[in-house]
Structures are given as structure tokens and as C-alpha cells.
Design a protein around this ligand. Structure first.
Ligand code: MLT
Length: 266
């Protein structure tokens, strides 16, 4: 898989297809492979770019804290390195959505539209921050196995866990192979992320919000509230899916994204 140097780190990046650029930004603590069904589908019509973020997959790791601003700036630098000059459709899931808010703030001129899957706009509560710092300390001490064991209950719907253990296994394997320092740095970065709710009314770009019906992390109600506050947002619920809707029901998610991209061609 090609790597691209963006200054202090090298990022692993999948780049396939040609046409308007479509950037896929993965969630925590995963890598670009969570988008495999979207990469395969949209490479027929778009220039698909799916990086591993700093600290994840095959990309370089930086220790300490990596904020959502840093991830957003990494993606801006990546687009520069790849000589992407057209407006980009930015599709982020969960932490990828937290990064999307910062990308809008810092690189607005690069954006054509936003696709936000299973994400939140509010900052962490003090309790959530403390849980993240606890996770960061524990992963550095013990490695990521405990996350791989406990996270699927929150990531997937009941149906996915019962009927698609292969998807759960694959995600667990990705988590187990992820750098502990990378996980800790992003967990600390998420704990510090700014509240994006005040930004929502300013996001006048075409936007599609997608949420799994059983998402236990970013609920349907919470995402509907985000959509209501954004001036040009559409809202789509994926039935019987959880937080990982693009992996759990790729056909439904791809169809929603495809319709949105066709309706909002620029
Ligand atoms: C993710 O899927 O990126 C995480 O669930 C985000 C989070 O922990 O807030």
C-alpha cells in the first residue's frame, strides 16, 4: 500500500479510481479497511482516497496527544501531496466525524460536501474524558487486547453480532494490531476535542448524516439533532445496523451515499 510523506509522518493511503475526490476517514481505533465496501463501490465513479490516520493501520505513530485539529491538518497536507485541487466530499465515521468538524473550521475551501456517519458534535463530559484517560493509560500498560474484547458490544447491532461474526472478528483483529501509543494519543485527543455544536448552523455545505438504528455511541436522536441544526443536511437511518453501519450494511449505506452524491454533484 503506498505511503505518502506529509512532513513529520508517513501515512498509508489507498487511492483508487478517478473522478471527483471522495475522502474516507475511519473511526477509532480502526483503519481504512472499515471502508472496504465503500472503496470498492465508489472507485468505479470517484477518485477514492482512504488513509490510515496518524497512529493507526500502517501509518506512522506519534506519541502523547493527537488532537482532532492535527488529524484534520494531516488530511489537508495529504490532499496537497496528492495534488487534489477539486473540492472533496469528506466522509467520516465517528472520530472521522469529529475530525470533519475541524476540517470544516480549518480547510473549508477544500470541501464540496460532508457525509457524517455515526458521529457526535458535543464535547466529552468530564466523566467521558476521565474514561478516555483511563483507557489511554491501560492500553499503554496492557496493549489493545482488552479494547478488542469489550468494544464490539458497543460497535455492532445485535443482528450483526449474531449473524456476521466474521465482521466482528475482522474488526477485533484490526484493533489488536493497532499501536498502543497511537490508540492512547487519539483517545487523549478525543478527550480534549472542542464542542462543535456552535459550528453546526454555519455548515452550509450539502451534508448527509447516516446513523445505524441501534447505534449505542452516537444515537439516532443525537444525530437527528445535529441534522436539524445544520442548514443543508439530509438524514438517513440504516435499519438493524449499529455504530459501524458502513460495515454492517454496506449496500444501504452505499446507496444513500450514491444518491446524495448524484443529487449534489458540483
Ligand atoms: C469511533 O468509532 O471513532 C469511536 O467510537 C469514537 C469515540 O470513542 O467517541
Amino acid at each position: 500500500m503506498p505511503t505518502v510523506s506529509i512532513g513529520d509522518v508517513r501515512l498509508n493511503v489507498v487511492e483508487e479510481g478517478s473522478g471527483r475526490p471522495l475522502l474516507f476517514v475511519h473511526g477509532f481505533p480502526l483503519d481504512h479497511t472499515m471502508w472496504r465496501a465503500q472503496i470498492e463501490h465508489f472507485a468505479n465513479t470517484h477518485r477514492v482516497i482512504a488513509p490510515d490516520l496518524r497512529g493507526f493501520g500502517g501509518s506512522d505513530v506519534t506519541e502523547g496527544t493527537v488532537g482532532m485539529e492535527q488529524f484534520a491538518d494531516d488530511l489537508g497536507a495529504l490532499l496537497t501531496e496528492l495534488e487534489v485541487t477539486e473540492p472533496v466530499s469528506f466522509c467520516g465515521l465517528s472520530m472521522g466525524g469529529y475530525i470533519a468538524w475541524q476540517f470544516f473550521e480549518r480547510h473549508r475551501d477544500r470541501l464540496g460536501s460532508l457525509i457524517l456517519c455515526d458521529t457526535r458534535a458535543e464535547a466529552d463530559t468530564e466523566e467521558a474524558q476521565s474514561t478516555r484517560h483511563g483507557l489511554a493509560a491501560k492500553v499503554l500498560k496492557e496493549g489493545p487486547d482488552f479494547i478488542a474484547r469489550t468494544m464490539p458490544a458497543k460497535l455492532f447491532s445485535t443482528r450483526t453480532r449474531e449473524e456476521r461474526p466474521d465482521i466482528v472478528d475482522t474488526v477485533q483483529a484490526v484493533i489488536r494490531s493497532t499501536s498502543s501509543a497511537g490508540i492512547a494519543a487519539a483517545a487523549r485527543g478525543m478527550a480534549e476535542r472542542p464542542d462543535a455544536t456552535g459550528l453546526l448552523p454555519q455548515i452550509d455545505l450539502p451534508a448527509l448524516l447516516i446513523v445505524g438504528e441501534e447505534d449505542a455511541i452516537s444515537t439516532v436522536d443525537e444525530m437527528l439533532e445535529i441534522a436539524t441544526r445544520m442548514p443543508a443536511a439530509e438524514f438517513k437511518v440504516i435499519e438493524a445496523a449499529g455504530h459501524m453501519a458502513p460495515l454492517e450494511d454496506p449496500a444501504a449505506v452505499n446507496s444513500a451515499i450514491e444518491t446524495f452524491l448524484l443529487d449534489n454533484a458540483y
